[in-house]
Design a binder for this molecule. Structure first.
Ligand SMILES: NC(=O)c1ccc[n+]([C@@H]2O[C@H](COP(=O)([O-])OP(=O)(O)OC[C@H]3O[C@@H](n4cnc5c(N)ncnc54)[C@H](OP(=O)(O)O)[C@@H]3O)[C@@H](O)[C@H]2O)c1
Length: 307
């Protein structure tokens, strides 16, 4: 099968398309024919081994000391089940699914991927294309996980900082259309209209204005790109307000995250959430796609069409 692999850390050019053996599902696994995957900022950081200071050693141990030990990136995918192991009961060949590969060594940049049937895997929302479904997974689950910890009530004021990214664009939609909050989105000039269209009642251009001059008026401030110094973000929070940061509040166990994926599926099918797609590339254009995401200014998601 076709797959994009990397055998050393570095620039986008370390990624190359090659042929590798097609996997076979074990008893409790499904074999997915991948139609679409994405390039997330996480993929680009693993490729280039860009990690925060102080995390070099743990990250190196996790990702591979001398070279990447998980050579196929791609943390989210959508596709069709081609075969199932003999113990599988939840899925059948022909089912269209969307999934996170975060807990199974990644692997979306390939024609096929095996996943345990009780993994982060669900039936694809009927109203999304495969590309949209792949893009719905990571940013959506992360936004849900973080916002849940804000205990947001209808009518509360929520500020989403970094509202145009994969996580931020989901957070604006979930907070406004699902939780009923009054959302203010912070983004750059080019993304003001996009963020408004996602449900923000107010937008602030971070290239021109600070978001704190109005004082402590927000019930929740969510930094979806982890770019604001927490003490500054807290100036906009009411005394009872809750500060959320994508790096600190996005963790969840496998079970919790599986529930998040199902919640996402419901929100999408109810028309409350739709992933924002910036660009679509073919698998053969993976180097170009990584170069674009390396720039740090994608709007929502970058999709890779696999077959
Ligand atoms: N996506 C996931 O599945 C996931 C999961 C867990 C954790 N995370 C973490 O969450 C963070 C965000 O991830 P993401 O995937 O949402 O990122 P992303 O989509 O790559 O973020 C790009 C967006 O960030 C905006 N941005 C860049 N600099 C900014 C600044 N100084 N102020 C405000 N906005 C800025 C850009 O808007 P402009 O062009 O307007 O600047 C762009 O739209 C990352 O640190 C990532 O590691 C992501």
């Amino acid at each position: 099968m076709k797959a994009v692999v990397y055998t050393r850390y570095g620039p986008p050019e370390v990624l190359h398309l090659t042929e590798i053996a097609k996997p076979a599902p074990r008893n409790h696994e499904v074999l997915i024919k991948v139609h679409a995957t994405t390039v997330t900022v996480g993929d680009t950081r693993m490729r280039s081994f860009t990690v925060p200071r102080g995390q070099w050693l743990p990250a190196r141990l996790y990702l591979g000391v001398t070279k990447p030990k998980r050579p196929i990136l791609g943390m989210e995918l959508a596709g069709e089940i081609e075969a199932v192991g003999k113990d599988v009961t939840r899925f059948r060949p022909g089912d269209a699914v969307f999934a996170s590969t975060f807990e199974v060594n990644f692997g979306g940049y390939a024609e096929y991927k095996c996943l345990p049937e009780d993994g982060l895997l669900a039936i694809k929302p009927a109203n999304l294309s495969f590309g949209e479904a792949a893009a719905a997974v990571g940013g959506g689950m992360t936004a849900l996980r973080c916002l849940e910890q804000g205990h947001i009530q209808p009518g509360q004021r929520v500020l989403v900082y970094g509202a145009s990214g994969a996580v931020g664009s989901n957070a604006v939609q979930i907070a406004s259309r699902h939780l009923g909050a009054e959302v203010t989105g912070v983004c750059s000039t080019a993304n003001l209209e996009l963020v408004r269209s996602l449900g923000a009642i107010r937008v602030i251009d971070y290239t021109r204005d600070d978001f704190t001059p109005d004082g402590p008026i927000y019930d929740v401030v969510f930094d979806a790109v982890a770019k604001v110094v927490p003490s500054h973000a807290k100036k906009a929070l009411k005394s009872t307000g809750i500060y959320l940061n994508v790096h600190r509040h996005s963790d969840g166990s496998g079970k919790v995250r599986a529930a998040d994926l199902l919640a996402l599926q419901e929100l999408i099918e109810a028309g409350k959430l739709r992933p924002v797609i910036d660009r679509v590339y073919a698998l053969e254009q993976i180097v170009e796609a990584h170069r674009y995401v390396d720039g740090g200014h994608k709007k929502g998601n970058v999709v890779i069409t696999v077959v």
